[in-house]
Write a protein that binds this ligand. Sequence first.
Ligand SMILES: C[S@@+](CC[C@H](N)C(=O)[O-])C[C@H]1O[C@@H](n2cnc3c(N)ncnc32)[C@H](O)[C@@H]1O
Length: 241
Amino acid sequence: MPIKNVNPFQDPLEHMRPEVNRYMALLKEGLESGDLPLLYGPAMERLPGQWRPHLAEHMGETPRELILEIGSHFGEVILKMAADHPDTAFIGMDITFKRVVKLAQKAQSLAHKNLLSVLCNAKALDQVFADGELDGIFIFFPDPWVQKKRQMKNRLVNKAFVETLHRKLKPGGFFWFKTDCEPYYADVCDSFQDRLWTANETRHGLPSEIYTSRFERLFHEQGLPRHEFCWIAKESIRTDL
Ligand SMILES: C[S@@+](CC[C@H](N)C(=O)[O-])C[C@H]1O[C@@H](n2cnc3c(N)ncnc32)[C@H](O)[C@@H]1O
């Protein structure tokens, strides 16, 4: 079940009975007991600008980089990244109770101290992270795949969101995008301006063929095309001086 509220600091369980959905109950227990590496709602309010020290507490060292996956699903990609790069901190963000709990449970059972599962709508990215806080952001196979033009407003990645991505990344930070949907890919590419971004294939040492997602394999099996791109944020030059 996805969360309804976009306000990231509001408790999504506020007007709900956790017993209705077992993952709501597990989410609440996991946060309150501190047993699961997950966060949501008011517990995130103090974290913009503080994600790195927060994760350092869990890791026992300051993370080399801080990387966010939007739409982490059941965590196939981010769990592998966390295992391969124990000195980097990873945050998996999703909007369903079940996926956030499952990712946290897997991170805990694999003893990945560098991974945090977060229940949050990525539309609130601007509120959740301070400017320049992230070294990398990736989104693989986001929905919705729109059938009609009027549904395009539901897409997460648009011009305004790309501006937010640029602000949240450090200069030199990456945004990595994969999709099967060519029109979505084309629109996203159009949103990246040369003034602020440069195309790059290195992805901070995260090879695309190693980090393939569940949807990517599904589409590959169906013989569907795959489109991807990685952009590096340039330092923005103020034009108002
Ligand atoms: C199509 S699935 C792709 C999952 C995975 N990235 C993959 O490639 O296999 C999209 C995922 O994004 C999540 N999602 C959709 N809208 C979101 C939003 N606004 N913020 C965060 N996650 C979102 C969904 O719950 C789902 O887990």
